[in-house]
Design a protein. Structure first.
Length: 371
């Protein structure tokens, strides 16, 4: 089916020391080449200032189609932000969109499916296609309900998976099928639902908390399923300035993401923390450990998308965003650059201000070191 370009809203970037240069340079030190082609902006979340908005309303829906989306969401029993994100991903809100396999219109209906759900309307008319989409998704949701049981988050995820891979595949595998395309489709829709279409920046049903293995340690690894790729400390790479020869964090990457791939795995809170700021140029979420002992600071960088806003308080395992390749000096291989700051660091702090400490022994002590 046709794939649209996600709409995102950016948080104001903070003016700081050249963090992007630090991170991009140190990734090169690790032997990872920059991708100069794709310039992917993080889809950061911004709270709407529309105090009159009804519960369940969405923002950023073009052409006055917001009410159509909200009505379709009620019909489907899905969050309105998820409906908006899926329609955006399918067609980019283009009523005349077509695909090489014959999908049509803003909701990308195949002719046979349209015959079943279109009620004699025009698939190239949003006023017909969006309500038909609601009916179709309601049917898919009903078909996977038995697999999801009473797990509301899983039901949304499985409904999206059924749209992409078919309800039979969901039933066969008793969950999201092990197809990379389907898994990324579900993740992508949920990510953009929160970052691009939610009125209050909250994750939609299905979006969080992290439902994977958090491990047995006191903390969990910040990139579940990721592998350690680069350590903390000095490097010796010809051509780099002296200040760039010092790697001030550790790098963790989802295996198989590769150069130029903007979206990777799910980045989660390793422990309870609060979000204190952002550096959008490098896709960084800045945080502080909740509590007084020891009150470490954190930076989660190169994220493709954020799932949080300033002031959020997260529990261990809550989703922070999506592993990505955003860096100020150009995109790098998809990975998470993770920093820890000393307990006496301010709420918002950056490298080379004297607060960086090596994350490796701390993560190992806490039982959260990636294998």
């Amino acid at each position: 089916m046709a794939r649209g370009k996600a709409i995102g809203c950016g948080l104001a970037a903070l003016t700081v020391v050249p963090l992007g240069a630090v991170l991009a340079m140190t990734m090169l030190v690790a032997g990872i080449a920059e991708d100069e082609e794709a310039q992917l902006e993080p889809a950061s979340c911004v709270v709407s200032d529309d105090a009159t908005a009804e519960p369940g309303a969405v923002q950023a829906v073009p052409n006055g189609w917001g009410p159509l989306v909200e009505t379709a969401a009620k019909e489907a029993g899905l969050p309105a932000s998820v409906v908006a994100a899926q329609l955006n991903q399918e067609s980019g809100w283009n009523e005349n969109a077509t695909s090489p396999v014959g999908a049509q219109g803003v909701a990308q209906f195949m002719p046979a499916t349209w015959a079943a759900y279109g009620q004699g309307g025009d698939p190239f008319s949003a006023s017909d296609a969006i309500p038909a989409y609601g009916r179709y998704m309601a049917g898919l949701k009903q078909e996977v309900q038995s697999v999801a049981g009473d797990d509301a988050n899983l039901l949304v995820q499985l409904t999206l998976a059924a749209y992409n891979a078919g309800p039979g595949a969901v039933q066969q595998y008793k969950g999201i099928p092990p197809y990379q395309e389907t898994q990324k489709y579900v993740s992508s829709v949920l990510d953009s639902a929160q970052s691009g279409f939610s009125m209050d920046c909250k994750a939609p049903t299905g979006g969080k908390p992290w439902d994977g293995d958090l491990g047995d340690g006191e903390w969990t690894t910040p990139l579940p399923g990721g592998a350690f790729t680069s350590g903390y400390g000095g490097r010796n790479v010809p051509g780099l300035p002296a200040w760039a020869q010092n790697h001030v964090g550790v790098d963790i990457a989802t295996p198989g993401t590769g150069p130029g791939r903007g979206r990777g795995g799910t980045v989660v809170a390793p422990t309870d923390l609060r979000i204190t700021g952002f550096n959008d140029k490098d896709g960084c979420v800045i945080a502080k450990e909740n509590g007084d002992d020891p009150n470490f600071g954190f930076a989660f960088c190169h994220l493709n998308a954020y799932a949080v806003k300033k002031g959020d308080e997260l529990k261990r395992g809550d989703i922070i965003g999506t592993e990505g390749n955003k860096a100020d000096l150009g995109n790098v291989i998809t990975h998470l650059h993770f920093e820890i700051y000393a307990p006496d660091a301010p709420d918002v702090v950056y490298p080379y201000q004297g607060y960086n400490i090596d994350p490796e022994p701390i993560l190992k002590e806490k039982g959260a070191w990636p294998e």
